[in-house]
Design a protein around this ligand. Structure first.
Ligand SMILES: Nc1ncnc2c1ncn2[C@@H]1O[C@H](COP(=O)(O)OP(=O)(O)OP(=O)(O)O)[C@@H](O)[C@H]1O
Length: 488
């Protein structure tokens, strides 16, 4: 199956390499490092172009209107608790969190049902209710799925892996590949939480620094890691028997496909897997050429795809601020901090140098700041994320290395200190969406503020607005009343 179509598609793609340029991780995805890592451990839209089931548009218009009007009120209100908001969003047919099913209807094993409820999930999100029946079908079906950031994709494919595992078979059965060390760790934590009641199922991390003795045969059923180490474990060290793998997940699949090194490694892993191995590709974004490529490498895939106008979340309010220099941008940032209460913020810079400078300036202003960039050792990076997740620092200044996947519920504001651009200086729309998606997780409200400091960055912002058909409003950061309003 996949082997031929994947290889053929790769050859064709290499010939047209330049046409897949839009997505690149600008930071080294796997830094060198020697982390000692614990090795064992116990939302698509109703209008999607889906090969999936279509949800009934709706049975009760009145209820929807009432839910919508309540939702609008909630979005305006500062006082609402997130739980209520999520509940309302899950009743709104236009929300990516909407669902008609319950977790009981998704045919989950009792241990997993308990795990899901133990995590405080009451109902599945749209991507979960749509994707899970496809992923759990017999015989297994392949899936390429797109859903907005923070809508529960990770939980969806984690549930699929845990469901497919045969706990009595003490060898790897599911491989999950993530583009960065931090994301692999985070996904591992979700597996651990969700599989808490499923003690026979074990997890191992195939990430740099987790060195196993030669000749090791893994007994864990799920392996999560980054592509280079995962490939080494399958081919060079033979810790994993690829022929026994039933499920192969590519998280952040578009970047895995569009980044040359990741693509080569993922392809080499995939070529070793059996023909009937289920392939699951997930991301919040799929640039068109990458999407087409994905469809060629995954045989007979089920498809869950968003329309362009559905990619942005209405719960994330987007603004821009006009400045003339980086010092003015810094001042604007301080004004924002002076005017509104920010639980936690992530600030994205284009270069490590700017990130370092900005972190220093913010510290001098008395902020508790963390800095994370690609040149740091992986274990340092993991420690920084951990501290930030635990609220020890309130501001995380970073580069694109943190743009994807990182899930910290308390992030209420994302600042693009520099707008995301690709190597040619064109807007990097996908990275924009991933960056702002670090806030507004699972129905929470979020603010995204873009700093514009030149004609060319205004041009970038305009192109981003056009791309998503989304109006990004101007904000005057000298006007404290105006800033206060955006938070209300
Ligand atoms: N059904 C659910 N009910 C309540 N919370 C949920 C549910 N599913 C996921 N969550 C929570 O929502 C948050 C976002 O989920 P997740 O990280 O899976 O999103 P994602 O779609 O993978 O995001 P990204 O595109 O940024 O990678 C997480 O904190 C997760 O615990």
């Amino acid at each position: 199956m996949a082997t031929d179509s994947w290889a053929q598609a790769v050859d064709e793609q290499e010939a047209a390499a330049d046409s897949i340029g839009g997505l690149t991780l600008k930071e080294k995805p796997e830094a060198n490092g020697t982390a000692a890592i614990a090795t064992e451990s116990s939302s698509a839209a109703a209008k999607s172009e889906v090969q999936a089931e279509k949800k009934p548009a709706d049975e009760d218009d009145k209820d929807d209107k009432a839910a919508q009007s309540l939702l609008n009120k909630l979005i305006r209100s500062n006082l609402v608790s997130n739980t209520n908001q999520v509940e309302v969003l899950q009743k709104d047919p236009n929300s990516p969190l909407y669902s008609v099913k319950s977790f009981e209807e998704l045919r989950l094993k009792p241990q997993l049902l308990n795990g899901v409820y133990g995590m405080g999930f009451n109902r599945p999100s749209k991507i979960q209710e749509t994707a899970l029946p496809m992923m759990l079908a017999e015989p297994p079906q392949n899936l390429i799925a797109q859903s907005q950031s923070g809508t529960g994709k990770t939980a969806a494919f984690v549930l699929a892996m845990l469901s497919h595992v045969e706990p009595n078979n003490k060898y790897p059965q599911c491989l999950c590949v993530s583009p960065t060390y931090e994301l692999a760790l985070q996904t591992g934590q979700v597996i651990e939480q969700m599989g808490k009641q499923y003690e026979e199922v074990k997890l191992v991390y195939a990430i740099r620094g987790n060195k196993l003795p030669r000749g090791t045969k893994l007994h864990e059923q799920i392996v999560i890691g980054t592509p280079g180490t995962m490939l080494d474990w399958c081919s060079k060290f033979k810790f994993i028997d690829p022929k026994k793998i039933k499920v192969f997940v590519l998280d952040e699949a578009d970047v895995m496909i569009a980044t040359q090194g990741h693509q080569d490694q993922s392809i080499r892993i995939q070529r070793m897997l059996p023909e009937n191995c289920q392939m699951l590709l997930f991301s919040a974004t799929f640039e068109e050429t990458v999407w087409n490529f994905a469809q060629r490498i995954v045989p007979e895939p089920n498809i869950i795809k968003l329309k362009r106008e559905e990619e942005t979340l209405d719960t994330i309010k987007q603004y821009y601020v006009l400045c003339n220099s980086r010092e003015e941008k810094f001042q604007a940032l301080c004004n924002i901090y002076g005017a509104i209460t920010i639980a936690q913020a992530m600030v994205f810079c284009h270069t490590r140098k700017t990130a370092g400078w900005l972190a220093g300036e913010l510290s001098r202003e008395g902020h508790q700041v963390a800095l994370l960039s690609g040149e740091m050792q992986v274990e340092q990076r993991a420690a920084v994320i951990d501290r930030f997740r635990n609220g020890k620092e309130k501001v995380l200044v970073t580069t694109n290395v943190c743009a994807r996947g990182i899930d910290v519920e308390q992030v209420s504001v994302v600042i693009n200190f520099d707008l995301p651009v690709d190597r040619d200086g064109n807007p990097d729309n996908e990275t924009y969406l991933h960056r702002i998606g670090r806030t507004g997780r699972f129905g929470k409200r979020g603010l995204a503020i873009n700093m514009v400091d030149s004609k060319s960055s205004m041009n970038i912002l305009n192109r981003i607005q056009e791309h998503f058909s989304k109006n990004i409003e101007k904000l005057d950061t000298d006007d404290l009343d105006e800033i206060e309003k955006i938070a209300s």
